[in-house]
Write a protein that binds this ligand. Structure first.
Ligand code: NOJ
Ligand code: CA
Length: 677
């Protein structure tokens, strides 16, 4: 990734921090056992209590994270129980880096850092450090264990990183289990949680929101959270284990991922935090990223989920040459960059759960002329998107990966959607164990060698790795639109999509696949998107994904004027603002296109209808624009009348207010274009 340091980078020791702390009770000290945010509002304090390492965080003098202990149990030694603090080092860092794609073209990475050195005062005499970074929007910390005399390898049996959250808070969570994070995020009291996956989103009060997660998970186990004691709001990490019970296998040294806490004043600010990306390593590919192309795609996909097509060969096979040509034509006519084809390859006919089951990633079914179709797509300016469903058999995939990605590159296929539908990887290990984490990273690195972008389904929860490996475009790990095809509970409830931006969305792009226009469902009657059509459009702006799929079968877009919005909406942005948001209730997101001056707005509501006045003060002052509004039409209602969409136009500028009437589970999508264009 281009990592031009636009602002100055300052590294200094024991720096008194600049920034305004005028409204704050806390002092702006970045020395000794304390480090503060650049704006002086957040303060992290480190302590050692009878050999136990702990930290606290306050905001303007009010406790945000109370005494939280930090320890690790290795097979070879333990840390954090008999600790002696030997030194602290303080730095400050400030740079602005450019993204290859994303919700912003440039991101400021500005923090103060304290690295605390310890020696464990037991027989091991282990030396280690804990690094803390404090940003204006939260904190991160990680453990650094260098090589120790006489220790050849480190095996982590447990990591006990605590997050002592304010007691009366509400937390939105999903349970930790083997279902690829495909759950509804539910609110509960923070002291009523069982074991949950991060991110964990917490509302303390109307002006304090927290999200606990991690960054830079590259060769470690995923961090989940559970209460330190039953009924407690003091949560602590619980790492997904190997099948042996070990948590992490390392070499002679170990650096953990960052443990992160976003600390924000509103749900909108929480969404705009870029702390997770900042805590990932910069991309080293420098100028070789032009092959990474965000965009929109369609696919031979919804038809399978509706049981109109099959993945496997047979009378209803979806991925036939003829059908694929039809889809390529449609993609070309409507300006889509990508065309996903599922069920193109041999292997869909058997029982995936059988031990060592083998999909082929290079051999097409006989009724799918891969070479001819790839050439046809190229001629039409469309890229085929490969589909690599592994059935969870990662080793089979790894064995074929080079030839599979080489085939993609030769045929001009620049993206692959991967899949791991099996509760275990290779019949043995959990998706978010270190085994899974290593596999997913290997796929990205291998794909990059052949200039292939990845859309990963059934992944480990994202942690911002796309900063380092920007061919990691989007991932599932979300209860997506497919549940609106076949979920026995009737599909995703109205509040789901206005909860995701503040929960799963904080972990990175989601391949949710909005854009279903036909709610008839013969395969699973009663199940359908529980939204109006205008909300389907708005989701394309709100639920961020650099590869964004229009989910429906192409025939369902014919004769639908509102399809225009999907065709025009970009997938990489210059800038994002969130004018209003309330978790589980409503959200409005406005994004400025990259390389242009138009804005795209998505407004959505949950169970309740909503009248709102959207201030357009994010527009450039003095410029006159046209707003093209795709809103819930007369009588629209997600339950009784989801289809009406009204399209209108009005002149606006930065002082305008647009009045929106959102239906129950409704929405509005707006394109705001400067008039001189
Ligand atoms: C589950 C994925 O989420 C879905 O998109 C895909 O169609 C099926 N697996 C088959 O791979
Ligand atoms: Ca899935």
């Amino acid at each position: 990734m281009r990592n031009s340091k636009l602002n100055s980078i300052t590294m200094a020791i024991a720096i008194a921090v600049a920034g305004s702390a005028a409204t704050c009770a806390c002092s702006s000290v970045n020395a000794g056992n304390e480090t503060v945010s650049p704006d002086g509002k957040l303060r992290l304090t480190l302590g050692v209590d009878s050999g136990r390492v702990f930290y606290t965080v306050d905001r303007c003098g009010t406790t945000v994270i109370d005494t939280s202990y930090l320890a690790m149990e290795m097979r070879q030694f333990s840390i954090g129980h008999n600790a002696k603090l030997t030194a602290t080092h303080h730095d400050t860092f400030d740079e602005t880096w450019q993204t290859v794609w994303g919700e912003e073209s440039s991101i400021r990475n500005h923090y103060n850092e304290m690295v605390a050195d310890f020696v464990e005062n037991d027989s091991s005499k282990v030396k280690y450090s804990i690094a803390f970074r404090v940003f204006d929007d939260g904190i991160g910390f990680r453990y650094i264990i260098p090589q120790q005399d006489g220790v050849d390898s480190i095996v982590v049996m447990d990591e006990i990183s605590q997050f002592n959250l304010p007691k009366e808070s509400t937390a939105w969570s999903i349970p930790w289990n083997h279902e690829f994070y495909e759950h509804l995020w539910k609110p509960s009291r923070v002291n009523c949680l069982d074991t949950v996956s991060s991110p964990l989103t917490v509302m303390v009060n109307d002006s304090l929101y927290l999200a606990v997660h991690e960054a830079a998970l590259t060769d470690y186990a995923k961090m989940n959270l559970h209460p330190a004691e039953k009924g407690s709001s003091r949560l602590q990490s619980w790492l997904t284990p190997w099948s042996t019970g070990e948590k992490v296998r390392a070499g002679r040294e170990l650096i953990t991922p960052w443990r992160t806490i976003i600390i924000a004043s509103s749900p909108s600010d929480m969404m705009l935090s870029r702390l997770m990306l900042n805590l990932n390593e910069p991309c080293q590919w420098e100028d070789d990223t032009d092959w990474i192309e965000p965009g929109r795609y369609i696919g031979i996909w919804w038809g399978m989920h509706m049981k109109d097509y099959t993945w496997e060969q047979g009378p209803k096979h979806g991925a036939t040459t003829e059908n694929t040509m039809r889809y390529i034509d449609f993609a070309a006519e409507n300006g889509f960059q990508g065309m996903l084809v599922e069920g193109w390859n041999k292997g869909w006919d058997g029982d995936w759960s059988a031990n060592g089951y083998q999909f082929s990633f290079t051999e097409p079914y006989p009724d799918y002329d891969l070479e001819a179709l790839a050439a046809y797509a190229r001629k039409k300016g469309v890229r085929l998107i490969a589909h690599h469903e592994t059935g969870g058999w990662a080793t089979n995939y790894e064995n074929q990966m080079d030839s599979a990605f080489a085939l993609c590159e030769r045929l001009g296929i620049n993206a692959a959607k991967t899949g791991y539908v099996n509760p275990l990887i290779d019949g043995r290990e959990l998706h978010d164990s270190q085994y899974g984490v290593r596999h997913y990273r290997k796929v990205l690195e291998s794909a990059a060698r052949y200039h292939v972008m990845i859309d990963n389904h059934e992944p480990v929860m994202p942690t911002g790795l796309q900063r380092t490996l920007p061919n990691l475009m989007t991932q599932e790990g979300v209860r997506g639109q497919e549940y609106d095809a076949w979920s026995k509970d009737g599909g995703n409830p109205p509040e789901h999509t206005v909860t995701l931006p503040f929960t799963r969305g904080l972990a990175g792009p989601m391949d949710f696949t909005p854009g279903t226009f036909n709610y008839e469902n013969r395969a699973c009657p009663g199940t359908r998107p529980n939204t109006t059509i205008a909300k389907q459009l708005a989701m394309g702006v709100v639920l961020y994904s650099p590869l964004q799929m229009a989910s429906d079968m192409i025939e369902n877009y014919t004769g639908r004027p509102e399809f225009e919005f999907i065709k025009r909406c970009p997938t990489t942005w210059e800038k994002t603002v969130v004018p209003e948001a309330r978790i589980g209730e409503y959200i409005t997101v406005a994004r400025k296109e990259r390389g242009g001056n138009s804005w795209y707005v998505g407004a959505m509501t949950g169970r309740d209808s909503r009248q709102t006045n959207l201030r357009l003060d994010f527009l450039t002052p003095g410029v006159e624009y046209t707003a093209r509004i795709f809103a819930d039409g007369k009588g629209a209602d997600w339950q009784s009348n989801p289809y009406p969409v009204e399209i209108s136009e009005t002149d606006v500028n930065s002082t305008s207010i647009i009045s929106l009437n959102l239906a129950r589970s409704g929405g509005a999508a707006i394109i705001i274009t400067p008039k001189e264009l």
